[in-house]
Design a protein around this ligand. Sequence first.
Ligand SMILES: [Zn+2]
Length: 208
Amino acid sequence: MAEELNVKEILEQILDHLMPELTIYETTMYFYLFRHSHLTNNSDSVRVDPRTMAVQLGKRMGKQIDHRYLASILKSLEEKKCIRTADVSREGTSYTVILPEDIPSVADKMAEAAMFRDEEEDYFTDAEKRKIIFERDNWTCQYCFEKVTPENVELDHYIPPSRDGKSNKENLETCCSVCSGIKSGRSYVEVAPLLLKNMGERKKREES
Ligand SMILES: [Zn+2]
């Protein structure tokens, strides 16, 4: 495997997003397969034979395990796209063990969680994060489209905090000190005429 596994991250993805999708037996089986492929075998696949597995497991647990039951768990893991049959031979079936982020249901949940994190993340307070917004907006005031500098740049809440506007990426706009002064805590719709008027006046001044 070319890439080194980030085991901590993978474990978190399994615990947070995959386990809720699986039964306890499927989880156990997935961990077993993961352990014998990606984790210790430096490979994304592992060969298993439910009959051999049933005997080994049976010995360890001191009771008989039905190999058909193990086969049914493998089948349902495959249906949930956690594993994929690579090839079948006399020694058993080789399964490719899919990492959580590549399992469609897990990927969906991870995307959802990331979106929620983004929505909650504060880009207003932290200087480094403010800079991300300025750069996103190409150091241009989003209201009058004048270039701004670190000296006159401000960060404006498109929907003001007083109306529950959040400090996330979506609600923050790069703003020059003039527009910020005009807007001062009001919503864009309220002050749009004033902002436009100021733009016109500034343009006139520049032309004369
Ligand atoms: Zn401006």
